[in-house]
Design a protein around this ligand. Structure first.
Ligand code: SF4
Length: 376
């Protein structure tokens, strides 16, 4: 059953308002805490698997409601009693049932995102997370560690073991390796390189590394040679004054510095294989996001614009998520810009842009391709 409203609109609505679940255990474990967006659950709508907030304050009051799924994970979403369409929940991955020889459950080392993405935070600590004056106010990297849902440092051997199992048992097709920023000047590039090398030694799996711009640009080549196929360096917020307020530690690395790093990284990883995450809804205007995106695209960088999700327990837990109309006004022209430049989520080898589950952007890309009669 197709949704009764355009799929991209429904995804925007669900990602903005979240959903109330009749059965909170539906699907596999939701993401709670950790680096990047969280408090979501993966759901598939009209063939697109997306992450929908379920544990946030707005989700508890959402007008969207998802019934208890059947044994195959199939359910329906409604709004004020009006049925809108079918949703389904990816099943719990099989690799979650295993543990390392020293007893660490595999799900504490890496988790399934969306349907087929293995994700890990190699270092669960961050120099930016040590004090309230420096921390990125949207980030919950320390919460999952404090709650015992992960371990502080995933060794290369552990990551290789889990990645092999996730490919063989669950057919994961790419891997996201992010990291908290360590104190060194490489900003995490070194741990990503050694982790990628270990995973590539164990299994064939495209990998995206995510870190801040390293001080020495030679790290781009070192990461690529170690097995990192695509790179994410995440601006999060694009307006300098807002960056200084919302992410005072990370804002010490200026937007200009990021652009210098993007220009150096694209020739190493390839056009469209370098990306950045932009959180819409934290105060950047749509014009600012679109202007920055235009500059990024001209460099060959894929701007992955996602709606901000207020994560419980963070300083921004009461900040409202963006309105669906605001996301629509960004994602529609952005998808057209991407299409005009020939950058496509589907061409990215690995990572968040390829997965696309935290945003409706790739659904808009499909729409833009259809509008122009292209084969998506
Ligand atoms: S877009 Fe990135 S953070 Fe979101 S579910 Fe996919 S891999 Fe995870």
């Amino acid at each position: 059953m197709k949704p009764t409203m355009p799929t991209e609109q429904l995804i925007n609505e669900l990602q903005s308002y979240g959903v109330r679940l009749v059965d909170p255990k539906a699907g596999h474990e939701s993401r709670r805490g950790g680096a990047g967006p969280s408090d979501h659950k993966a759901m598939t709508i009209d063939g697109m698997t997306v992450m929908v907030p379920v544990h946030t304050a707005p989700a508890f009051a959402s007008p969207y409601f998802v019934e208890k799924p059947d044994d195959l994970g199939r359910s329906r979403v409604s709004h004020d009693g009006v049925m809108l369409g079918e949703v389904s929940f990816p099943m719990r991955p099989r690799f979650y049932d295993f543990a390392t020889a020293d007893g660490i459950p595999y799900w504490k080392i890496a988790v399934l995102h969306s349907r087929d993405v293995l994700a890990t935070t190699v270092l669960q600590t961050c120099v930016r997370y040590q004090s309230r004056t420096k921390t990125c106010q949207f980030c919950a990297i320390g919460q999952s560690l404090a709650a015992g849902r992960t371990i502080e440092r995933k060794t290369p051997g552990q990551l290789a073991e889990v990645a092999k199992a996730a490919v063989e048992l669950d057919g994961v097709s790419h891997m996201v390796m992010t990291t908290g920023t360590p104190p060194g000047r490489d900003r995490g590039a070194a741990v990503l390189a050694e982790s990628a090398a270990a995973v590539k030694g164990a299994v064939t799996l495209p990998i995206q590394g995510q870190c801040e711009p390293p001080d020495d640009q030679a790290w781009f080549g070192r990461m690529r040679d170690a097995g990192v196929d695509a790179l994410g360096m995440h601006l999060e917020v694009v307006t300098p004054e807002l960056r200084a307020r919302i992410m005072p530690g990370k804002a010490q690395v200026s937007v200009d510095r990021y652009f210098t790093a993007f220009a150096a990284a694209v020739p190493v990883f390839g056009r469209g294989q370098v990306s950045t995450y932009i959180l819409a809804g934290l105060g950047d205007t749509k014009e600012a996001i679109l202007e920055t995106s235009e500059k990024l695209i001209s460099l060959g960088v894929y701007p992955f614009v996602v709606p901000f999700v207020p994560i419980s327990g963070t300083p921004l837990e009461s900040h409202p998520p963006p309105q669906p109309a605001f996301m629509h006004e960004i994602l529609r022209p952005l998808a057209q810009m991407l299409r005009a430049a020939g950058l496509r989520a589907t061409d990215i080898k690995a990572g968040c842009g390829k997965c696309g589950a935290c945003s409706a952007l790739s659904t808009y890309e499909r729409g833009a391709a259809r509008t122009h009669g292209a084969v998506a």
